[in-house]
Design a binder for this molecule. Structure first.
Ligand code: MG
Length: 372
């Protein structure tokens, strides 16, 4: 498949409510969408890192790396499949979110060319993927533990099966206790986004009686080793997120017993190819995974749903309904949660979602077109 044209759009998307984590609060998202044309088809990819925060990648760095490095590489020769992307982009070190943006569009294109949904394309006739994905909701740090309790009650009414709360030093043990008190017997977890050190082990030991599903990324954003030391001190499973950028990182975490669960984000992993490799490694090791979110629009959400349809995604994923973050989303129809607490994986060709041109136009801050 020879790419004829790539268009980049930097878009500004207001969030329906501010989202606060241990590294700050956001009331909007700056994202990049890539529109890739080949063989008379159009594929879409999303760049979902508006760091520096969760990741070092910013919208400016993403635009630069895409425009000056990845797009010239993508236009330099035809692709025989999307799994070629990691090798094609290998000379660019890091910048995984930028790589995943183009790779996502190529998965969309190749699935469309096969006349298949991305889920069916990933399944390849093996019958291993599912058509619905169990989802949970991620709740940012609220003004007070009381407000957190109110927020949880609201999301339970929407049908989410698992609640995740963000924590930070000073807003941890009490928030977790309040959350547990309004969620007896339900799936509850905390996400620290790397806000603690090993010296804070007592904070997590104090949560041991709360029956948390997991504690996500308590220590350094690039650490695997100290998580292994912390996991030895805890019964509650540790889940790694920020630290796992490559299949090698996942293998190291598995070999060290640094965690019992991995949150897979295809953007953080540089695209679906590597994300699937991490999934397969974890599956072989008996380690469950789930799919994390980056507050994506419906484009990234559709890609994530196809990924999360793979069999080792046995824990609820952070893939909320569209209206959790955007109203309206850039796609139509939006994703809605099913009565059984799941999201349906799209069945149309490729990503199976439609961009609304007027919404894209209204959200666009800058655009650029690239041809061979
Ligand atoms: Mg996380």
């Amino acid at each position: 498949m020879k790419i004829d044209q790539i268009d980049l759009y930097q878009i500004h998307m207001p969030l329906v409510a501010p989202f606060e984590t241990s590294f700050g609060s956001k009331d909007h998202r700056n994202l990049i969408l890539a529109r890739v044309c080949a063989d008379g088809l159009v594929g879409w990819g999303e760049y979902a890192s508006d760091g520096p925060g969760y990741s070092y990648e910013t919208v400016e760095s993403g635009w630069h790396i895409l425009k000056d490095y990845l797009i010239p590489l993508a236009l330099s020769a035809p692709f025989s499949g999307p799994r070629e992307c990691p090798e094609r982009f290998h000379r660019v070190r890091g910048h995984n979110f930028a790589k995943s943006c183009l790779e996502g569009a190529l998965w969309d294109l190749f699935a469309q060319r096969s006349g298949l949904s991305l889920r069916a394309y990933l399944d390849a006739g093996r019958g291993i993927t599912r058509d619905r994905v169990t989802v949970g909701v991620s709740i940012g740090i609220q003004p007070s533990p009381q407000k957190l309790a109110e927020k949880i009650e609201t999301f339970l009414q929407y049908g989410y099966l698992r609640i995740k709360i963000k924590i930070k030093p000073g807003r941890d043990i009490e928030d977790a206790r309040v959350a547990r008190s309004v969620l007896p017997g339900r799936m509850l977890m905390v996400d620290a986004n790397s806000a603690y050190s090993l010296a804070d082990a007592g904070v997590f030991q104090a949560m041991e009686d709360l029956d948390l599903l997991m504690i996500e990324q308590p220590l350094g954003y690039d650490d695997i080793y100290e998580h292994h030391k912390l996991q030895r001190q805890l019964r509650t499973p540790i889940c790694l997120d920020e630290s796992i950028h490559t299949p090698d990182h996942a293998r190291m975490a598995i070999e060290l017993d640094a965690c019992k669960i991995i949150n897979i984000k295809q953007g953080r992993s540089g695209g679906l190819t590597r994300a699937i490799e991490i999934h397969d490694l974890c599956q072989a090791a008996g380690m469950p995974v789930w799919c994390g979110g980056m507050l994506e629009t419906g484009i990234g959400r559709a890609l994530n749903l196809a990924l999360a349809s793979l069999p080792n995604f046995t824990l609820p994923s952070d893939l909320s309904a569209s209206n959790r973050y955007y109203n309206p989303d850039i796609i139509d129809p939006p994703f809605d949660i099913n009565p059984d607490g799941t999201l349906s994986v799209p069945t149309g060709p490729g990503l199976g979602v439609q961009i609304v041109p007027s919404r894209l136009k209204a959200a666009t801050l800058r655009a650029a077109t690239f041809r061979p």
